[in-house]
Structure formats: structure tokens, C-alpha cells
Design a protein around this ligand. Structure first.
Ligand SMILES: Nc1ncnc2c1ncn2[C@@H]1O[C@H](COP(=O)(O)OP(=O)(O)O)[C@@H](O)[C@H]1O
Ligand SMILES: [Mg+2]
Length: 304
């Protein structure tokens, strides 16, 4: 019995090879769950299949095998229950900032009067700092501004699940900080469930409850799930004062620099490797480094 709101069971994705090449097994044996109100980040090197997993969760791509179940129903196509912020901005180029957001809000609440839709959208335009640019079309916006429209649009439909593909990557540090703080506030206030791809370990540590670590592709899989044991009250200003921050951060960086590559050579053949262990770096003796030195063995750490 699981209490997870979203469950991913034995997912794989194979793309057919082009021009006589062998098919590409992007990832396989992907298992994880997300509890209601949980914020989960996924971290891994470029090409390991993070965006593909997100597209499957969004219902925009079909897995080659496995299932995704959300709130008791199998995900089989796109739904307004899930709000997506794409890596590329995916705005409608002929519509203004406001109209891009209103389009989504009207689809979500078709019965709403125009004034109500407009007022609702204004809140989210303000939130992402685009007040004054409401009437601009996407071609008049910088990359960071387009990304902010995508964020406002996803937030505005108040989805059951937010799916974010490196949403802050194109933003300058100041704006990123402001929007990260807003996202934390929204999540705290609404119990929003979030799945987010990021390459920024500090962002993952600030925002998430759990961090999924993927091995390098092809045939990528989840190596482990790191539990963020930092207090919920953490803020960007005090997070680095906690000694535990460095323990988890070092664990994540070590994974990205070394272990993600080493583990990619080990096939997911047995059950332990299919169901990734949850690890709590720093809470017990961190065996990761010594295990890595021992041999190329799977990191079955503090499995629960
Ligand atoms: N539609 C597609 N057809 C063929 N190959 C694809 C397609 N989409 C993604 N890929 C390949 O799948 C792999 C994973 O891609 P992606 O999910 O975008 O990785 P990530 O987001 O982790 O960088 C890459 O090698 C990419 O080239
Ligand atoms: Mg990607």
C-alpha cells in the first residue's frame, strides 16, 4: 500500500534508431512516487531523459513500458490537472503576455466572466514581475521574460501537479531568487505538489523535499533518492549556515561528478537496483565514498 499521490512504475522509453541505427533506450526501470504536497526535484546530466520523464508525467509522451498513476487514475494524455513549464517557452507567438495566460485560465474555468479571468491573470503577471509588459507579444520579450510568462501560466491554472522543466535556468540571479521564494510561498500556502527538473543543486536543496538522482544515459535509471533533511523553515539567506547543507550538497555534487557515470555501467538487473534506495546524507555514516572506492557496486545505502 502506498500513500503516494503520483506513482511511476517500471517506466522505460525507447526511441527508434534513425537511418539503420540501433534503437535508443533512454531510460529503463524507473520507479518513484510523489506524495501529495511534496516537492520533488530530479537531477542528472544532460541527455539522461529528464525532460522525457516529465513529458510522460504530463501525458504528452507515451512510455515504451510502465505506467504513471496520478490520484488513482492512469495518466494517458494531457490534462489541466497538470501545469507544465517547458524548457523552451512554448508560448503562443501571436498572443500577448496577458492573452497567453488568459487562454489557459479560460480553458481551466470556462464559466468565468471575462473580468474575473482578467483579474486572476493580473495576480500572476504581478507575481512574476511582468506588470508593464502585459501587452507585449513573445517576440518582444527576452528569454527570461518568456520563461516568466510560462511560469505565470502554469501557476495560474492552479494545477494538482506542477511539472517544471528547468524553469529558472534562463533567469538572472535576482529574478530567480524572487520567483523561487514565491514558489516556496505558494507551495507552503496551497500544498502544491511539484516535480521539477534542475541542474542547480542549491536550487534543489532550497526547494525540494526529495531529490531524485539519475545515472548517465543511455539506459539511465534512478540511482537513489536523497531525502532533504534540512528544516522546512530554511531560506536562501540562512540555508548555508546549517552544517547539514554541506553534507547533502557534497553528496549531490559527488554524485554528479563521479558516481552518475560509474553507475551508468551497471545494468538494472536486480530488484535492489530497480527500486532506488532513499538516502539521508550526513544523518548516518556516509558510506558513499568508501563504497565507490571499493568497487563498482550499486549504492544500497540506508535502504528503507
Ligand atoms: N523525440 C525524440 N526522438 C528521438 N530521440 C529523442 C527524442 N526526444 C529525446 N530524445 C533523446 O533522448 C535522450 C534524452 O533526452 P531528454 O529527455 O531531453 O534529456 P534531458 O532532459 O535529461 O537532457 C537524448 O539522447 C535525446 O536526444
Ligand atoms: Mg531536458
Amino acid at each position: 500500500m502506498t500513500t503516494d499521490y503520483l506513482t511511476v512504475e517500471d517506466l522505460s522509453r525507447v526511441f527508434p534508431g534513425s537511418r539503420g541505427q540501433a534503437p535508443l533506450v533512454v531510460f529503463e526501470h524507473i520507479h518513484f512516487g510523489i506524495g501529495q504536497g511534496e516537492f520533488v526535484c530530479i537531477v542528472g546530466h544532460s541527455g539522461c531523459g529528464k525532460s522525457t520523464i516529465l513529458n510522460v508525467l504530463a501525458g504528452l509522451d507515451k512510455p515504451s513500458s510502465g505506467v504513471v498513476v496520478m490520484d488513482g487514475r492512469e495518466v494517458s494524455g494531457p490534462s489541466l490537472d497538470r501545469g507544465v513549464v517547458f524548457q523552451g517557452h512554448a508560448l503562443l507567438p501571436w498572443l500577448s503576455v496577458t492573452k497567453n495566460i488568459e487562454f489557459a485560465v479560460k480553458s481551466r474555468w470556462p464559466d468565468w466572466a471575462a473580468a474575473k479571468v482578467h483579474k486572476h491573470c493580473r495576480q500572476f503577471i504581478d507575481l512574476v514581475g511582468l506588470t508593464g509588459s502585459e501587452h507585449k507579444k513573445p517576440f518582444e520579450l527576452s528569454g527570461g521574460m518568456k520563461q516568466r510568462v510560462g511560469i505565470a501560466r502554469a501557476f495560474s491554472i492552479q494545477p494538482k501537479m506542477l511539472l517544471l522543466d528547468e524553469p529558472f535556468g534562463a533567469l538572472d540571479a535576482l529574478t530567480r531568487g524572487v520567483i523561487q521564494d514565491e514558489l516556496l510561498k505558494i507551495c507552503a500556502a496551497t500544498g502544491q505538489t511539484v516535480f521539477m527538473i534542475t541542474h542547480d543543486v542549491d536550487e534543489a536543496l532550497l526547494l525540494s523535499d526529495k531529490i531524485i538522482l539519475m545515472t548517465n544515459g543511455p539506459r539511465a535509471r534512478i540511482a537513489e533518492i536523497v531525502v532533504n533533511t534540512l528544516p522546512h523553515s530554511r531560506t536562501r539567506h540562512d540555508i548555508h549556515k546549517d552544517p547539514q547543507y554541506y553534507r547533502i550538497r557534497n553528496h549531490l555534487v559527488d554524485f554528479l561528478v563521479t558516481r552518475s557515470r560509474e553507475l551508468s555501467h551497471i545494468a538494472a538487473t536486480d530488484i535492489e537496483q530497480r527500486y532506488p534506495p532513499e538516502v539521508r546524507p550526513g544523518e548516518e555514516i556516509d558510506e558513499t565514498i568508501s563504497m565507490r572506492q571499493q568497487a563498482a557496486r550499486p549504492p544500497v545505502l540506508y535502504a528503507i
